[in-house]
Design a protein around this ligand. Structure first.
Ligand code: HEC
Ligand code: HEC
Ligand code: HEC
Ligand code: HEC
Length: 436
């Protein structure tokens, strides 16, 4: 009995020792792992942070502190080829979609209209486009280069926009970079373009109060928006006073009586829409659910032990795993199919809209050729404008409907209706002219 008790005590002692040893070993292992992780973090964020100047436009200098972000940023140079409707291959859209030449007759976009590509290329592409000439205002450079953030501060926005592109923007050599989205002192996201701040202010929104999640879309909304050059000073303005939907944007333009150009074939007073990604996204299910541009276009990735932001901004279709599958449990193939279904539906409806607008264009031209007056043509031309600005709101947006599928189809169905109304109005004139 006594013997037995002793043995029990003995083995209990060993058991305790065993657990202590195990705990200590586990502790040391954890400590080592921790130190190792800290080391890895240290290589990502050097303990000696090299200060970046307020006017540092060279991403390479920022990259000395943040090699991961810099390396992924540089990948925006890569051409990954075309996706179903997007991608980073800057092919000539006028060759692929010849309807564009008819729709944009008399507008520089009928001469040169390329698919957009990565941020690395912005400065190269703006210098090369045939849409730029000696009379181009400097406003055009606003979304293409980090140097803009510096010069707008130095010159003041009014003088910056009023200058000529050939005198200022044409001499820049840096593309979109770190300074456009980050405060060099704190690395916090910040808005460097006044037009966004001013437009939000007019809508009663103070961007300095934005949440971190809002900022993850606002930084993109500085450039990925519809805009116009207001007045003789060519002041960059976003037409958002009445709201971000196309009907509100049209109402704004009608009120300030703005036209971008006169359609050469029909004489209609037209509006050219420019890449309204921010507006379109804002009407979709993802924005409503609090999903930001960065969630899909700059997803988090693991770099060693740290979660960092992928700065290779590109088509999410090339990165479905990180871009979508963090939230959606569908397979990669299923994700791609869902995007393709939305895009195919949009494209088919968009193409039908083009045919309807071209019918209207031909009807107006016929009436004009038969001698109809400007006064008589006014109604048909106005309807042509209404149809085409809606079609363009979808066509110039770069997600082929994905950012907001239902709003996009509504916009197109209204466009078809206005186009057919325009055609009817012109055909009625033809009858009248013929009778006369
Ligand atoms: C829920 C995910 C998601 C969100 C949020 C999102 N996008 Fe997209 N975006 C996509 C998908 C999918 C495409 C289609 C890509 C394609 O066709 O290759 C796309 C396409 C684009 C394109 C064209 C890319 C190309 O390859 O041609 C741009 C530019 C863009 N988005 C900008 C934005 C901006 C700016 C925001 C925020 C205002 C935003 N996106 C919000 C998923 C998203
Ligand atoms: C188009 C805007 C944009 C540009 C250009 C940009 N960033 Fe970022 N950056 C972001 C966004 C969005 C985040 C995520 C911030 C958040 O979630 O609060 C981010 C996060 C970061 C972070 C925080 C750590 C991380 O990875 O999440 C660092 C550091 C950083 N960026 C460095 C850079 C550097 C260096 C450059 C230039 C080579 C650069 N960024 C260019 C938008 C940008
Ligand atoms: C300073 C202006 C500016 C800012 C800020 C900006 N973009 Fe862009 N973005 C552009 C321009 C200009 C292009 C087209 C470049 C070209 O084709 O030469 C572009 C292209 C793109 C593309 C197409 C890439 C491809 O491979 O086809 C995507 C996607 C995109 N931007 C998303 C974003 C997102 C998301 C943000 C915010 C995190 C953002 N952008 C912030 C100006 C900007
Ligand atoms: C940060 C989370 C998040 C990310 C990232 C995300 N989604 Fe979503 N997605 C949502 C939420 C939330 C909804 C709304 C679901 C609901 O309310 O039922 C949604 C809805 C959808 C829908 C249904 C749309 C509709 O009209 O009903 C599709 C399709 C979709 N997402 C595709 C994608 C694709 C493709 C990507 C990647 C490019 C993506 N999502 C990335 C959160 C996300």
């Amino acid at each position: 009995m006594e013997q037995n008790k002793k043995e029990k005590l003995f083995s209990a002692k060993y058991l305790v020792m065993f657990f202590i040893t195990a705990l200590v070993t586990a502790g040391i292992t954890l400590l080592l792992v921790n130190i190792f992780e800290k080391k890895q973090e240290a290589t990502l964020y050097p303990s000696v942070f090299k200060p970046v100047g307020d006017e540092e436009v060279d991403p390479k200098v920022w990259g000395e502190n943040f090699p991961f972000e810099y390396d992924t940023y540089k990948k925006t140079e890569t051409n990954e080829g075309q996706t179903f409707y997007g991608g980073s291959d800057n092919y000539q859209k006028l060759d692929k979609y010849p309807n564009l030449k008819i729709l944009f007759s008399g507008n520089p976009f009928s001469k040169d209209y390329r698919e957009e590509r990565g941020h690395y290329w912005a400065i190269t592409d703006v210098k090369e486009t045939e849409r730029i000439n000696d009379k181009t205002p400097n406003t055009c450079i606003t979304c293409k280069s980090s140097s803009v953030a510096v010069d707008i501060k130095k010159m003041g926005p009014e003088n910056f926009y009023k200058a000529m592109f050939k005198d200022v923007g044409a001499h820049y050599d840096k593309s979109i970079g770190c300074l456009d989205c980050h405060d060099p002192k704190t690395m916090a996201l910040r808005i460097s373009r006044p037009a966004f701040i001013e437009a939000m202010e007019r809508r009663g929104i103070d961007v300095t109060k934005a949440s971190r999640q809002e900022m993850r879309s606002y930084v993109c909304g500085q450039c990925h928006v519809e805009y116009y050059f207001k007045g003789d000073g060519k002041y960059l303005t976003f037409p958002w006073d009445k709201g971000l939907q196309i009907d509100s944007i049209e109402a704004y333009y009608d009120e300030v009586n703005f036209n971008d150009w006169t359609h050469e074939t029909t004489g209609s007073p037209m509006l050219k829409m420019q890449h309204p990604e921010f507006e379109t996204w804002s009407t979709g299910i993802h924005a409503k659910s609090g999903v930001s541009c960065a969630d899909c276009h700059m997803p988090y990735v693991k770099n060693g032990s740290v979660k960092v932001t992928d700065h290779w901004i590109r088509s999410p279709l090339k990165n479905v795993n990180n871009a979508c599958q963090t939230c959606h449990k569908w397979s990669e193939q299923e994700m791609v199919n869902r995007v393709k279904t939305i895009q195919d539906r949009t494209y088919e409806t968009m193409y039908r809209t083009e045919l309807a607008i071209i019918d209207a264009i031909n009807a107006i031209k016929a009436a004009k050729d038969a001698g109809a007056t400007d006064e008589q043509l006014k109604e048909a031309r106005k309807l042509h404008r209404r149809a085409q600005l809606r079609w363009d709101f979808v066509a110039a947006e770069n997600s082929m409907g994905f950012h907001s599928p239902q709003e996009t189809l509504k916009t197109l169905s209204n466009a078809i209706d206005y186009a057919r109304q325009s055609q009817l109005a012109a055909e009625r004139l033809m009858k009248n002219v013929a009778v006369k």
